[in-house]
Design a protein around this ligand. Structure first.
Ligand code: SF4
Length: 313
C-alpha cells in the first residue's frame, strides 16, 4: 500500500484543528492574537510576531522529542542495524542544546526564571527516549512494521490539511505505517494523558487518513504513545456513530469560530473588542500575549480586576 498526500488549492476560509478550537475555547483574545495578528490595532506588528514566537519549556521539549524520533525512524528506514546508543543520546543532547539556545522562552521573557535549566530538560528527553527504546511500540515497529518501511509516512510535510465531512481541517500526523492491509497512526506525547482531548485527536487522524488516502475505517488504528512521565498508550476503537458525532462536533465548532468573522469566506475577523479576554485569568501567566493585556505586568490586583470585569462578559 502506497500513501500519497492529496494537495488542495488554497482558500482563505478558516480550517478547524484541535489546537485552533482549544485556543478559541480558552480565551477569545488569545485566539485573536494567534490567528489574526495582522488585525491587531495600535501594536506594532513586530511586537505581536515577537510574542507569537515565544515558546515554553514544555512545548520545546515535545519538539525535541518529535524531531529525534523523526530522525530515528528515518534511520530505521535506511538501516536495520542497531543504533549506537551513546551516539544517539549525544545527538539528543546536542539537539536540546541547540533548540534551547536559539529560541526565546516565555518563562525567561516574563522573568519567571533567569535562564532555562538545560540539564533538567535533557534528563526528561533522555527518560522519554529510554521509555521509547524499551517499549512494546518500538518492538512492534522493529518486528512487524519494518517489513513495509518504504511506505512509512514520517512527519509528513505541510500542515496536515484535509477535509472532514466536506469541512476544511488540519490533522497533522506524526507517523503513519501501513502493515499488510491495515494502517497504524502513531502520535508521540511528552505531556499528561488527556483521554477526552486525545480521543478527538485520534478520531481526526482516522478521518483524515480515510479521506486523504481512501483507507477503509475498519483498517485504521490510531494510537497515542505517551513517553513521559512513564510509558503508556491510548488507542480507540472507531465506530460509525462516533464518527457521526465527531463530524457534528467539528461542524458546530467551526460555526462557532466563524461567528467571530465579519467575512467567513475571507476569514476576516470582527474587531478585537469582539474577542473577550478569558474569564479564567489564572491561565494568563502561561500566555505569550500577557504583555498586551497587562502592560504593567500581572499582579494579584490585576487578576482580580480582570476576573471582576470578566463576570459581565
Ligand atoms: S493574557 Fe489572559 S486574557 Fe490576555 S490573551 Fe492571554 S489568556 Fe487571554
Amino acid at each position: 500500500m502506497e500513501l500519497k498526500y492529496e494537495k488542495y488549492p488554497f482558500t482563505p476560509i478558516l480550517g478547524w484543528s484541535i489546537s485552533r478550537f482549544e485556543e478559541f475555547d480558552k480565551c477569545k483574545r488569545r485566539y485573536f492574537y494567534s490567528y489574526y495578528p495582522k488585525f491587531v490595532p495600535d501594536i506594532p506588528s513586530y511586537k505581536v510576531q515577537q510574542l507569537k514566537g515565544l515558546t515554553t519549556v514544555a512545548l520545546e521539549t515535545g519538539n525535541v522529542i518529535h524531531d529525534i524520533l523523526e530522525a530515528f525512524l528515518r534511520r530505521m528506514q535506511k538501516s536495520k542495524s542497531d543504533i549506537d546508543e551513546q551516539r544517539f543520546f549525544s545527538y539528543a543532547r546536542a539537539l536540546v542544546d541547540r533548540y534551547f539556545s536559539e529560541k526565546t522562552f516565555l518563562e525567561v521573557y516574563y522573568k519567571y526564571t533567569d535562564s532555562i535549566e538545560k540539564n533538567a530538560v535533557y534528563s526528561k528527553v533522555q527518560t522519554c527516549l529510554e521509555n521509547f527504546l524499551g517499549s512494546p511500540c518500538y518492538s512492534w515497529i522493529y518486528m512487524s512494521a519494518l517489513r513495509n518501511r518504504e511506505n512509512w509516512m514520517i512527519e509528513p510535510q505541510g500542515y496536515g490539511e484535509t477535509r472532514l465531512n466536506g469541512l476544511k481541517a488540519y490533522c497533522k500526523m506524526d507517523f503513519l505505517i501501513p502493515v499488510e492491509n491495515n494502517v497504524y497512526i502513531l502520535d508521540w506525547k511528552t505531556g499528561q494523558k488527556d483521554p477526552f482531548k486525545h480521543r478527538s485527536q485520534l478520531l481526526g487522524y482516522a478521518a483524515a487518513a480515510h479521506h486523504n488516502f481512501n483507507i477503509p475505517w475498519n483498517t485504521i488504528f490510531p494510537k497515542i504513545i505517551y513517553l513521559s512521565p512513564k510509558y503508556d498508550e491510548f488507542e480507540i476503537e472507531i465506530k460509525e456513530n462516533d464518527l457521526k458525532s465527531f463530524f457534528d462536533t467539528i461542524k458546530a465548532q467551526t460555526e462557532q469560530m466563524q461567528q467571530f468573522c465579519s467575512s467567513v469566506e475571507e476569514n476576516r475577523p470582527h474587531p478585537i473588542d469582539s474577542f473577550p479576554k478569558t474569564p479564567s485569568p489564572g491561565m494568563c501567566r502561561q500566555c505569550k500575549y500577557q504583555e498586551l493585556c497587562f502592560p504593567q505586568g500581572i499582579t494579584a490586583t490585576s487578576e482580580n480586576e480582570h476576573a471582576s470585569v470578566s463576570v459581565d462578559w
